[in-house]
Design a protein around this ligand. Structure first.
Ligand code: C2E
Ligand code: CA
Ligand code: CA
Length: 675
């Protein structure tokens, strides 16, 4: 994720200037009639605006000074409108569609103009009423784009923003307006996603000054009140129920309904379903804060909505960082490929938040509906999901279209997903044990427990079923089941040999999200009769990435019971020196990928040596994983590491075979373990 300091202060101020001009034009409209007191009003408004500018700068600018030019331009524009050509008709815009249409921060806003009806301002007060009743008041919020109405605006925006120049008449920004009798609250949702608030108290003042007008408004209020309340409640509840509050996109239920509706049509329409997941969204949330996360979700939501609008389809947010699209086949989106490319390309555009640049990317899975494809809503979704899975597996930032190969993987995963809970329930998983060996004398110091599972006549790869267990929330049960079997082995072996036998068990990072993880592990050991001092727990660094403080808390509680901690697969994931420094652990297991071509790659050898040196400097035990050959063993020995593991010493073995191994090969018994 690339984070860059970004200069958007000028644009933020200009947006604000736009908001102010717009706000002031409201005053202008209201004041039009009162020519008698025009000079007073103008003075009062200038005063209000200046007070606001000051208050705004004090409260909200957070080190973002409002440039003098902004104040001058804002006020001057207002005065020009008021004093200059009296027939000049500021443009007012009303959104006729459903509420909540919001504009992306950096979108070229012009497309929005097509979606809204522009009505020229008239001095007729009815316009205001209509606006208030139908627009702002009833639906809660409306959007009022600002336009580059004067050359002053155009030249100033172009100077400060760069990029594609504005022309007079272009839409420059938009504001969500909520209004009532006494106040306008205007929030700009324009550039940079920075929201500005303009609260203009003062309408009260104007309304009170002219009693007749106040009376009229009150009477009208009375007439429309019931209708207004009814419509407001209806619109609000419909909207809240069917739309996501953050992005304004449809919710899953609306999406599913549309999908079902399309699938049930007689002539099967051709369309594509896309499921979209933001890549590494969690990292953005963690490093930049939830505000940035929300801004990103909102912007991506706008972009996806744009695709849906372009294609006449529907965009939805399923929750978290998951989105979905229905895109009818069209000239613009003739294929799944074209749809997928467009989504990936559009999401990939930079997002600016609070002067920082976020470089988002997404993974996309696509399925197709039509006479030649599947036309069942559940399958469409399932296939798109499988394709999404494949896109993520292939390294993210790309799309995948559902195909036969993905179907095969999907069927296999479905089979595993349905069979695994039963296997866990009936304790059908088995343990294999592989020694961690002292490189100096070749004797085992402890045995790593590895899960094994036969489905029918075939064994399932642990990587495959461990992942399914993680996805279906059964991983901690699996880990404890294997730990229990490992502990049983350790107790039997120790009885046989007459000396303590140690084991080392894997616990998934997800287990560390549980409170009181140590309790579950201790109960398991207690049941098997193995002392916690004879257990090492292997965790991967992903445990730590989640939340170092919580992870350390869990690791500490395990260590307080006498259990050792090993950092597994070191060098593959997020390996960072920061973690090494902050994390509580006793042992590093250098991932087997480092050993793969260590004999021919001198850089790798150097790297392993340095990791060993560093770990030993930190007083940690080091295990080199994946030693398969004599040459690798020789090199591993030369790095200075004390322990190794791999096929060179032994394959993982079943319970009985391992008992035999322990008895024959003998163990390296001195209690070398820390902690
Ligand atoms: P891991 O924790 O890194 O386990 C070591 C893996 O390396 C094992 O694969 C082992 O069979 C394999 N291995 C051992 N020596 C060699 C060698 O010399 N060369 C090569 N190429 N591989 C070697 P396995 O059993 O397939 O397990 C794969 C992964 O599945 C494990 O990686 C671990 O992440 C996960 N896993 C296995 N059992 C459990 C479990 O009970 N709980 C959890 N959470 N994960 C488990
Ligand atoms: Ca391991
Ligand atoms: Ca490992």
């Amino acid at each position: 994720m690339k984070l860059l300091r970004h200069q958007s202060l000028g644009s933020a101020a200009l947006v604000f200037a736009g908001a102010l001009v717009l706000a002031l034009s409201f005053f202008a409209i209201s004041l039009w009639e009162f020519s008698r007191t025009e000079a007073d009003d103008r003075a009062r408004i200038v005063q209000l605006a200046e007070a606001f500018v000051k208050e705004y700068a004090d409260q909200h600018s957070e080190g973002m000074p409002l440039p003098a030019s902004f104040r001058r331009i804002g006020l001057e524009s207002f005065l020009q409108t008021r004093v200059g050509d009296k027939t000049h008709a500021p443009v007012r815009v009303r959104v006729p569609g459903p509420p909540g249409l919001e504009l992306g921060s950096e979108e070229p806003l012009a497309h929005v103009a097509q979606k809204i009806t522009v009505i020229a301002e008239s001095r007729d007060p009815a316009i205001y009423e209509e606006l208030r009743v139908e627009g702002s008041r009833v639906i809660g919020r409306s959007i009022f784009p600002t336009f580059a109405t004067s050359e002053v605006c155009v030249s100033c925006h172009n100077k400060e923003l760069g990029g594609t120049p504005y022309k007079a008449g272009d839409v420059m920004g938009a504001f969500v307006v909520e209004s009532d009798l006494t106040a306008f609250v205007m929030r700009s949702l324009a550039y940079s996603g920075v929201a500005f608030g303009v609260l203009l108290l003062g309408y009260q003042l104007l309304a009170n000054r002219e009693n007749r007008r106040t009376r009229e408004i009150v009477e009208l209020e009375g007439q429309v009140e019931l209708e207004r309340q009814r419509r407001e409640a209806e619109a609000h509840s419909n909207f809240v129920l069917s739309h996501d509050s953050l992005t304004g996109l449809a919710r899953r239920s609306v999406f599913m309904e549309r999908l079902r509706e399309l699938c049930s049509q007689q002539d099967k329409p051709n369309f594509f379903v896309a499921l979209i997941d933001l890549d590494d969204f969690k990292t953005i949330n963690d490093t930049m804060g939830h505000d940035a996360g929300d801004a990103l979700l909102t912007t991506v939501g706008h972009r996806l909505k744009r695709i849906a609008v372009e294609g006449g389809g529907l965009a939805a947010r399923f929750g978290g960082d998951e989105f979905a699209l229905i895109v009818p086949q069209s000239e613009q989106f003739p294929t799944m490929h074209a749809t997928g490319s467009r989504v990936v390309e559009l999401v990939r555009c930079e997002v600016i938040h609070n002067s920082f640049s976020i470089q988002p990317s997404c993974s996309v899975g696509l399925s197709a509906c039509g006479p030649d494809h599947v036309h069942d809503d559940a399958y469409l979704l399932k296939y798109a999901d499988a394709a999404l899975y494949a896109a993520k597996d292939a390294g993210k930032n790309q799309f995948r279209q559902f195909n036969d190969e993905i179907l095969k993987t999907l069927n296999r995963r479905t089979l595993i997903t349905s069979a695994l809970p039963r296997a866990l329930k009936y304790n059908e998983l088995d343990v294999a044990l592989q020694p961690k060996v002292c490189l100096a004398d070749g004797k085992a110091v402890e045995f790593e427990t590895l899960a094994r599972w036969n489905l029918g006549a075939n064994s399932v790869d642990p990587d495959e079923f461990v992942r399914v267990a993680e996805e279906t929330g059964t991983i901690f049960d699996l880990d404890l089941a294997i730990l229990a079997k490992g502990a049983e082995f350790a107790v039997s072996a120790s009885n046989l040999i007459g000396a303590p036998v140690r084991i080392s068990s894997n616990v998934s990072a997800l287990g560390f999200r549980r409170p009181r993880i140590a309790d579950g592990i201790m109960q398991c050991l207690h049941k098997a009769g193995l002392a916690p001092q004879h257990l090492t727990i292997e965790v991967t660094e992903s445990v730590l990435v989640e939340n170092i403080a919580t992870a350390n808390e869990s690791l500490n509680s395990l260590r307080a019971c006498g259990i050792r901690i090993a950092l597994d697969d070191f060098g593959t994931g997020y390996s960072s020196l920061r973690y090494l420094q902050q994390l509580i652990f006793d042992e590093i297991k250098i991932d087997r990928s480092f050993l793969q071509d260590i004999t021919s790659d001198s850089k790798k050898h150097f790297l392993v040596m340095k990791i060993v040196e560093m770990a030993m400097g930190l007083d940690k035990e080091v295990v080199i994983e994946g030693i398969e050959t004599q040459a690798q063993f020789d090199l591993a020995l030369r790095t200075g590491a004390r322990l190794g593991q791999g096929y060179f010493f032994s394959d993982p073995m079943g319970h009985d075979a391992c008992l035999e191994y322990a008895q024959k090969a003998g163990l390296n018994l001195p209690d070398r373990m820390h902690g």
